[in-house]
Write a protein that binds this ligand. Structure first.
Ligand SMILES: [Zn+2]
Ligand SMILES: [Zn+2]
Length: 236
């Protein structure tokens, strides 16, 4: 992934509040308190409250993910953030947001974890030249001391979500993601954290987790910045 060096980037694209355009910061105090809504800790399977975003033991049958941390609600601010991020030029906006969640991240992600970004679709990657989940993973790595590893790739087969219920969709064994063979032994007995930008149904994170099970990691968790609302057109 090639990105402009951070110093040059800040010089060319000085921070401006993504909501009200006040210069000097990517999100001014007043817009932060107005638009940045924390996501309550919940279980990724049943969506009921769960301390530390831990998957309830009774919900964990067939679900390999121990914990799915989603920091904020996807709203106008989330949309503005993603629009800026997708252009890539203002990628340092991610550092600002990860900085806001720093204390939470420190509690939830052990520094010995390996961060695995959800791989971008090859066409998107070609178009943009970067994977935004990797930018987020690198930013988390900077503050936690974790390692980022691009261990997953998208298979050409893709996946078809034909199940009707949320549980059925999550349970469908998927071959959407593949683990890079040379990294199998590197991941055994490690604490893995899958990193994504927006989590909507949770299916993408679960499919990544399913792909990682065969390497026998110590634990599989996930983190996403925004909890998206379910619409007809999105599945991830
Ligand atoms: Zn503002
Ligand atoms: Zn649950």
């Amino acid at each position: 992934m090639r990105l402009m060096p951070p110093k040059l980037n800040s010089l060319l694209f000085p921070p401006k509040c993504i909501m009200c355009h006040t210069p000097g910061t990517w999100l001014c105090r007043s817009c932060q308190s107005r638009y940045l809504t924390e996501n309550l800790p919940e279980c990724a399977v049943c969506r009921k409250v769960s301390t530390g975003f831990v998957t309830h033991p009774q919900c964990k049958t067939d679900f390999p993910t121990d914990q799915v941390v989603i920091l904020w609600r996807y709203n106008r601010l989330g949309r503005a953030f993603m629009n800026k991020l997708k252009l890539g030029l203002r990628y340092r906006i991610v550092d600002h947001f990860i900085g806001i969640a720093q204390s939470k991240i420190h509690v939830l992600i052990p520094p010995t974890s390996i961060l695995i970004p959800v791989p971008a679709h090859p066409l998107r990657l070609k178009e943009r030249g970067f994977n935004q989940s990797e930018i987020i993973a690198n930013s988390i790595a900077q503050i936690t001391g974790c390692t980022t590893l691009n261990a997953l790739s998208r298979s050409h087969l893709g996946t078809h979500q034909t199940g009707t219920s949320r549980r059925e969709r999550l349970l469908q064994k998927s071959n959407e993601f593949l683990i890079k063979k040379e990294l199998h032994s590197r991941l055994k007995n490690e604490k893995i954290v899958i990193v994504d930008d927006v989590c909507t149904t949770g299916a993408t994170l679960h499919n990544c987790a399913l792909a990682l099970v065969p390497v026998q990691p110590k634990s599989i968790s996930a983190i996403a910045l925004f909890r998206g609302k379910k619409t007809k057109s999105n599945h991830g």
